[in-house]
Design a protein around this ligand. Structure first.
Ligand code: SF4
Ligand code: SF4
Length: 220
């Protein structure tokens, strides 16, 4: 899921002050931002109270089911048309994709209420770890399901590097070296050593990505 954190309050204030916004509508996200405790009902309601305390009128708020889903978000905005029309701006508590989806759905200034950090795993409630950089050329089949691109601080496909010590990473010294973990898991699963991975084709990571499963081929 996309991991987010609250945006610095001063930047939100600056965004609103920049257009002289005195009335605001808030939109959260029922998916990742809810799980991350950054843009669910509780966080949106808290932001509404904070804005009201600072003299900004909140014309309304909602938590869209999946804010990065264009048709669903357009529908959600239509349900709150009156309150959105009454607002000078909309602040979105969702990842950057969600913010852009709202901005594509309404003709109002739309501002981010969160910072998007990474694509990660929920280790347990409130603990998240980055696990994938969406490189478009996955090597997890050869690395026992452990991503070296993301979890090795140097992004080394082959390792360990010369700094590994007693199985631990030389950069993140409280963590086991990614390549030690990969080798151990491959051994535990009686899988042949991965050998040396060839250099990755980073053209597959060119931005912006796009997929059209209705069209021929799809892909980036
Ligand atoms: S190899 Fe690429 S696609 Fe696979 S998990 Fe790592 S960053 Fe993500
Ligand atoms: S010690 Fe291992 S995980 Fe750390 S930077 Fe070197 S190869 Fe990567």
């Amino acid at each position: 899921m996309i991991i987010t954190k609250p945006r610095e309050w001063a930047r939100i204030q600056e965004n609103l002050a920049g257009i002289g916004a005195r009335r605001v509508f808030l939109i959260g996200c029922g998916q990742c931002a809810t799980v991350a405790h950054t843009g669910g009902e509780k966080e949106v309601a808290e932001m509404a109270v904070r804005l009201e305390t600072e003299g900004v009128e909140v014309t309304g708020w909602t938590v869209a089911e999946v804010t990065c889903h264009l048709n669903g978000t357009k529908l959600e905005c239509r349900k709150h048309q009156e309150a959105i029309d009454a607002a000078d701006a909309v602040v979105v508590l969702a990842c950057g994709a969600g913010v852009q989806t709202v901005a594509d759905s309404i003709p109002k200034p739309v501002f981010p209420g969160l910072e998007s950090l990474f694509l990660g795993t929920v280790i347990r409630n409130g603990i998240f770890e980055e696990r994938c950089q969406t490189c478009g050329d996955c090597v997890l089949d050869k690395t026992a399901g452990i991503c070296p691109v993301t979890t090795c601080p140097k992004g080394l496909l082959n390792g360990p590097c010369g700094g590994m010590w007693n199985g631990m990473c030389e950069v993140l010294t409280d963590r086991e070296c990614t390549h030690v973990r990969i080798r151990r898991r491959l051994d535990e699963q009686n899988r042949a050593g991965k050998g040396t991975l060839a250099p990755k084709d980073f053209s597959t990571a060119l931005k912006p990505g796009g997929v059209n499963i209705r069209g021929q081929g799809g892909g980036r």
